[in-house]
Design a protein around this ligand. Structure first.
Ligand SMILES: Cc1cc2nc3c(=O)[nH]c(=O)nc-3n(C[C@H](O)[C@H](O)[C@H](O)COP(=O)(O)OP(=O)(O)OC[C@H]3O[C@@H](n4cnc5c(N)ncnc54)[C@H](O)[C@@H]3O)c2cc1C
Ligand code: SF4
Length: 519
């Protein structure tokens, strides 16, 4: 007998949504999640805490961030129950309608996704920062937009964060945790309200962020879903009755291998995780029919960050939610490139770590990147108060390609077709920073090495109309493997040009509703 009706691999946006909807529809659901179950008592904060997920030795280091370094591209991801929602900057925004004009199968349209976008917003209780709580970064972004004649393009963004309308910056001890108001969310889970601590990417100590463990996953659990942390899936194999999922169970004195079975499997391990799992399973013969398109069409979503020193502004990047607003240039008004500029934040803990890291030689590639980028600004911690991290997404060429090299995931990323786009992003950052009295510091890894870092990986198991142009169909089902679905960022076939989690969740709602209708 099978272990469950459905096995979901991964508990990020795609996994949480599908697990929730299928459990609500009465299916028995097991969620296998490689990372830990985190909470306010164990978020990493100090040196020596479990910060890093080590892809080579996950049994030794199964921490908060998974940084994958490939030639010319580093990818940042979360690991744990809640996936990318644990580490993300809370921005929940719909893709522009023109995103769906081409490159998608007929089942995916802007109108068709509209109710799913709305439902994700409701489930995650998305709303903008209240007008009386704007951090200085939001004002700087708006001022920059007005200065260059783009005032009408300034937008506040929706955040999956709880705010207390009565909280203001102008009060004694404003950021004290006691100023967070306890409240129960629409799913019956106890949370708190935001006191602008600016630690969003590291886990909110007052539970103000509406991460997936507080909504979709909580509802899935209520409907009987079993969510198993530290369960790292290694391989998927077809059987006459469905699928076998070979899993390493971490966390004990030794790794234990276990095989779970189900007639239906939903792979939701993220752009890198799902692609890697299908590549390995195809290579081992377990999923022999997967399309030859597997691994192709990967995008970094055109992400780029430019720190700028604003000597006469108390920017305080460590105050307030990590991102709050945008200047919308997605219609190509700047150099013909689709760009979405945002403010960025920098947690205090990160400031401290960068300061320490700058004082010693770095072996770790990620720290080298981070220090290389911010080093010029690190004259003193006080100077960091005046740094604005100008962030942006854009529409790159989505021509990266994953394969396996010596049994590990490898990304072949070439900048040629995307170089003009990223140059335009760097240029608009310089323009906006300079116009507001800032000194932009375009990151050296870009200017010298054409090397990028992205937190928004998209594609690898792209949606298509047949196995000739995609890996999954318009309902997320893998061509050649009935009952096997991919429902996460891996199926997105192109750059969205803005923060992608709401679109990934809406696509997962679409896939789940298709499966429920079939059942
Ligand atoms: C620092 C940072 C800030 C961000 N800010 C924003 C933002 O503000 N707004 C926004 O829209 N997006 C943001 N993102 C991006 C967002 O987090 C991702 O787009 C989103 O999480 C992708 O959803 P997903 O379902 O594809 O994968 P994920 O959310 O990454 O979920 C995949 C899950 O699968 C698990 N997994 C992987 N491999 C295996 C395996 N073999 N076995 C078992 N489990 C596995 C992972 O641990 C993870 O929990 C940010 C990302 C980062 C890193
Ligand atoms: S700014 Fe601070 S209090 Fe507000 S959501 Fe982020 S971490 Fe929580």
């Amino acid at each position: 007998m099978a272990d469950a009706d459905v096995i979901v691999i991964g508990s990020g946006f795609g996994g949480a949504v599908t697990a929730c909807r299928l459990a609500m529809a009465g299916a028995s659901v097991i969620v296998l999640e490689r990372g830990r179950q985190w909470d306010v008592n164990n978020f990493p904060r100090k040196p020596g805490d479990p910060w890093i997920w080590d892809d080579v030795h996950p049994e030794r280091r199964n921490g908060w961030f998974d940084m994958r370094v490939f030639p010319f591209m580093t990818v940042a991801q979360g690991a744990g129950v809640g996936g990318g929602s644990l580490v993300y900057a809370n921005i929940s925004v719909e893709a522009k309608p023109d995103t769906f004009d081409s490159g998608w199968p007929a089942e995916i349209t802007c109108d068709g996704l509209a109710p799913h976008y709305a439902e994700v917003g409701r489930m995650m209780e998305v709303k903008p920062v209240p007008a009386n709580q704007w951090p200085e970064r939001t004002r700087l972004l708006r001022d920059a937009a007005v200065k260059v004649g783009w005032g009408d393009r300034f937008r506040q963004l929706g955040l999956a964060v709880r705010f207390d309308p009565a909280w203001i910056y102008e009060q004694d001890d404003a950021h004290n945790h006691d100023k967070s108001r306890p409240e129960t969310n629409i799913h019956g889970v106890e949370q708190g309200t935001c006191v602008h601590l600016g630690e969003c990417d590291l886990g909110c100590p007052v539970k103000a962020r509406n991460t997936l463990d507080f909504n979709y996953l909580a509802v899935a659990r209520k409907h009987g879903a079993r969510i198993l942390p530290l369960h790292l899936v290694r391989d998927i194999k077809t059987t006459p009755a469905g699928y076998e999922v070979r899993t390493d169970i971490l966390g004990g004195p030794a790794v234990v291998s276990h095989v779970f079975t189900a007639p239906m499997v939903i792979v939701a391990a993220g752009s890198l995780g799902s692609t890697e799992l299908l590549l390995k399973s195809r290579a081992s013969g377990g999923l022999a029919n997967v399309s030859a398109r597997l691994g192709m069409g990967w995008s970094s979503n055109g992400d780029f960050l430019t720190p700028a020193i604003h000597p006469f502004r108390d920017v305080r990047p460590s105050r307030g939610p990590t991102i709050t607003a945008a200047i919308d240039l997605l219609d190509g008004v700047y150099k013909g490139q689709a760009i979405f500029v945002e403010d960025g934040g920098l947690p205090n803990v990160a400031q401290d770590a960068l300061q320490r890291a700058s004082e010693q030689p770095q072996q770790d590639e990620f720290m080298k990147h981070a220090v290389g980028t911010l080093l010029p600004a690190l004259g003193s911690i006080d100077l960091l108060r005046r740094v604005m991290p100008w962030f942006a997404q854009s529409r790159d060429a989505a021509d990266g390609r994953f394969s396996l090299k010596n049994g590990r995931l490898f990304l072949d990323w070439k900048i040629a077709a995307s170089e003009k786009t990223i140059d335009a992003v760097a240029s608009v950052h310089r323009k906006l920073a300079s116009e507001t009295g800032g000194l932009p510091l375009t990151p050296l890894p870009w200017t010298i090495g054409r090397t990028l870092i992205t937190p928004h990986p998209l594609g690898g198991c792209n949606m298509g109309t047949s196995a000739a142009d995609g890996v999954v169909d318009g309902h997320g089902e893998v061509f050649g493997h009935p009952g096997l679905f991919v429902a996460d960022g891996a199926i997105v076939p192109k750059a969205i040009g803005l923060n992608p989690s709401r679109t990934i969740a809406a696509l997962a709602e679409h896939i789940a509703s298709g499966i429920v209708a079939q059942r």
